[in-house]
Design a protein around this ligand. Sequence first.
Ligand SMILES: NC(=O)c1ccc[n+]([C@@H]2O[C@H](COP(=O)([O-])OP(=O)(O)OC[C@H]3O[C@@H](n4cnc5c(N)ncnc54)[C@H](OP(=O)(O)O)[C@@H]3O)[C@@H](O)[C@H]2O)c1
Length: 335
Amino acid sequence: MTMFREFHLIRRPVGLPSVDDFRIAERPAAPLAEGEVRVRNLFLSVDPYMRGRMSEAKSYATPYDLNAPMSGGAVGRVEESRHPALPIGTLVLSAHGWCDGFVSGAKGLATIDPADGPPQAHLGTLGMPGLTAYVGLTEIGRLAAGETVLVTGAAGAVGSVACQIAKARGCRVIGTAGTDEKAAWLRSQAGVDHAINYRSAGNLRKAFAAAAPDGIDLTFENVGGDHLEAALANAKTFGRVAICGLISQYNATDPGHGLRNVRDILTRRLTVRGFIVSDHGARRDAFLAEMREMIGAGAMRWTETIVDGFERMPEAFLGLFSGANLGKMVVRVGP
Ligand SMILES: NC(=O)c1ccc[n+]([C@@H]2O[C@H](COP(=O)([O-])OP(=O)(O)OC[C@H]3O[C@@H](n4cnc5c(N)ncnc54)[C@H](OP(=O)(O)O)[C@@H]3O)[C@@H](O)[C@H]2O)c1
């Protein structure tokens, strides 16, 4: 009998999660009904938003149930099929993550064209994180050629794409990241004009002021906290801030000091707008067209951090909060 392994969340983390908050369960694969396929996952995604789903707090995504299968992005290969449009060998993108395989109908499965790049790119640059970067810059941030753009959390899945889209559209780009290695990657591969290692930069307000002496037109915010305060303090009058994520706050157990310089939003007449990518699925075709063009022109580089082994999913997930990844963090489940 074919067996699948899947992760369950067994308790709600307080603060930083631990690997003991998860356990692996086994379940037999159901026999296929007409129109169904059995998929073996190849790559699983770990994403910061999953931290929110581990909590019961009301948010835009439903909380994970305890002691139940968890969902998330996954790329897999059809290994048995009773669906004519999904023959054996078809690569599919699904939300059946945190498990090594599943049985499903065609609904919720998107076929992947191998010509687009390695399959796991559909979890990163060509997938949800890439679309997030695209939507945040274009629809939310309304970026224009010649502007100065700050991308915080710039060396991750979303940030690395945001930097390159902004460069391709003729902007001057400043990126922040947590190590010198990441800052070097941002300069040499993503082509940013100024990369700041926020851990060694000292006062971030001063570091942003030095990188953008005339001010920042658009901030693409992934981090929050001191990064966001420093971005507001260096925004141009009538500047914009697209709030994509606040990863520095996701494990916080108290509200902290909050934003101390909301006044800058008033005095500089800033537009600050949050967004969630799932509201912008209609932009997917335009995004993919721009990505294919950029990749073809050599203007979109990406790297990824691959953790090998299904059982290491929690470790990979936790790595997002310690900065263990350069580019998209994925877990390789199978060959
Ligand atoms: N709005 C949406 O629809 C949407 C969709 C996808 C993602 N997001 C958000 O976008 C952001 C990036 O997501 P991603 O998937 O691309 O993750 P990622 O950037 O690939 O990985 C997370 C990175 O965050 C940085 N980080 C972690 N804790 C930090 C802290 N306390 N201070 C500063 N940096 C910290 C780490 O890099 P360093 O080494 O640089 O610290 C880490 O590598 C997250 O905030 C996420 O929630 C939003």
